[in-house]
Design a protein around this ligand. Structure first.
Ligand code: NAG
Ligand code: NAG
Ligand code: NAG
Length: 213
């Protein structure tokens, strides 16, 4: 019995000290393949490759990790799906994310005006995918963040409107929907003012715009 208890104790100890298999970040030496996942430290969000419906097209997506139905909140390659499961996400030594298809071509990438010496891409518990210098947790210093390039989903801690420091306009946009004639419809939801003193979210006026392209 004592032996059994000791074994049981050892087993529990192993459970406690065994490193978690879920990682929340990638670095330059760790490519991220289709089938791999990042899970944010608190377990709220997951990043991985995903197919919608019966399609075999693969998209790099972020979704809620703790909800059984898959609620996609962000898609990297919305316009450029990968047609099989050969997709790989890499981060370069400058801190640029590249999504590569089966031919090794970059079909989507992040960008930044700055570079890092030891860049990592980390999925935060807010659902924000952030490229930053290893060890620098300050969001203000990040090189790139997915919250600056929202899709159709607004999450807590996201900001819409123009970033007055960088000039970047952040807005929501729908998936490109029905095709009418040779026009694909896409709806956007954005600030229509450039007045910086009116950047308060609550007091803004919104409108939807039908873009033709
Ligand atoms: C990348 O992460 C792996 C696993 O955590 C680690 O072994 C490796 O040293 C890291 N590489 C760099 C360049 O930090
Ligand atoms: C998938 O995409 C690659 C690269 O664009 C192309 O060469 C290949 O023919 C496509 N395969 C299918 C089944 O569509
Ligand atoms: C990154 O790319 C977006 C979209 O092409 C562009 O609007 C933005 O200015 C770029 N940012 C930097 C820092 O290059």
């Amino acid at each position: 019995m004592d032996c059994f208890r000791s074994l049981l104790f050892c087993f529990y100890l192993l459970l406690i000290i065994a490193p978690s298999t879920a990682v929340d970040s990638i670095n330059t030496t760790q490519p991220f393949k289709d089938g791999d996942f990042l899970v944010s430290a608190g377990g709220s969000f997951r990043l991985g490759f995903y197919s919608f419906g019966a399609s075999t097209n693969r998209y790099l997506c972020i979704w809620y990790n703790q909800i059984s139905s898959t609620n996609i909140v962000w898609v990297a390659n919305r316009e450029t799906p990968i047609n099989d499961s050969s997709g790989v996400l890499r981060i370069t030594s400058q801190g640029i994310l590249h999504l590569l298809d089966q031919t090794g071509s970059s079909i989507w990438s992040s960008n930044s005006s700055r570079s890092a010496t030891n860049p990592v891409a980390q999925l935060l518990d807010s659902g924000n995918l952030v490229v930053r210098e290893e060890g620098d947790g300050n969001l203000e210093n990040s090189l790139w963040q997915s919250f600056d390039y929202p899709g159709d989903t607004f999450l807590p801690e996201m900001k819409l409107g123009r970033n007055t420091a960088t000039g970047l306009d952040r807005y929501l946009s729908s998936w490109k929907g029905e095709i009418v004639g040779d026009v694909k419809k896409q709806y956007t939801f954005r600030y229509q003012t450039d007045e910086p003193e009116k950047m308060d979210f609550v007091h803004q006026h919104y409108s939807t715009t039908l873009l033709k392209q």
